[in-house]
Design a protein around this ligand. Sequence first.
Ligand code: HSE
Length: 369
Amino acid sequence: MLCTVGIALLGCGTVGSSVAQRLIAERDAIERRSGVRYELRGIAVRNEGKPRGVDASLFTRNALALIDDPRVDLVIECIGGTHEAGDFVERALERGRHVVTANKDLLATHGPRLRALAQVRGSGLRYEAAACGAIPVVRMLEESLAGDRIDAIAGILNGTCNAILSAMENGAEYDEALRDAQARGFAEADPSHDVEGIDAAHKLALLMQLAFGLAIITPRIGASGITGITKRDIARAHMLGYRIRLVAAATRRAAAVAPVLVPQSHPFADARGPENVVRVVARDAGTLALHGHGAGGAATASAVLGDVVSSLHAIASHRDVVAHLPLEPALELAPLFADLPRLPELPRYPRWDDSILEAPVSLEQRALS
Ligand code: HSE
């Protein structure tokens, strides 16, 4: 063991409490895997009296004092939202702390600036949990495919919408399905972010920053959600051989989030309940697909803890393994689904066609040859 790393946890809701419980209960295993001892110095919460299944003596309402504590090396942000959480992440990076965050809203709207700040301060900034829960898509884009060129990304990026659509396929009403997704800890504190497509757009913006090196922020992406989808639409789609899925997709020049008709045999249609699917089209690696749990406390905590182990390694060896390349300014994005065909029986929904992801590659390859 090289040193003892001090950890501060900010937020103890669905994800934060899962992270805290694992940091405490699985300390031996995590320390063995990282080769580093750690101490959870405190957990910042708004309400110290609320029971959270975690030792209450760790709770403090003073997040700034916890971040500034000189014994803290690593700050884990699980508050969500952009205001308070943004100030805390910025303060931690300014102080040279390593930061692990699950906050897609923050990265999708302030990611380019925060990544630059981390670079300048030599702080670690890790965010695997910010996109697609347990699916290691951030690492895949930042590390595994770092030597390739990525041309397109597409998939099911919001677990709550997928859980609602799956439940409606099985006969549930929309309101009942939404309440169930909230009760199971899939939905955002404000579930309109899920059902209106904003959360999926945040994740798409973040994945576009990583995949394309472009400073895309959420407002650049045209997004619509699932609130207008009826059980009649779902039944009609089923009769025609389709499922309705909230699909997020992007190339370098176009992006969209919208409900789309997906053939029942397509991998996007296989996402059930809170599952996500991500497909990445790379020049040399070809098409890669990941499928797994995209929402929920345990799945998201798994990704946070993976980043914690990486941070512990980096702190112990006095280096930061994450190189944040400067992002290029993004040009105007076209609406990616505008040219998709529609069925006369369900004209509201574009019909998915994989070729919209492949066309830009072949055009560019043709230009090169
Ligand atoms: N509300 C999000 C979702 C949580 O349903 O996908 C995971 O980011």
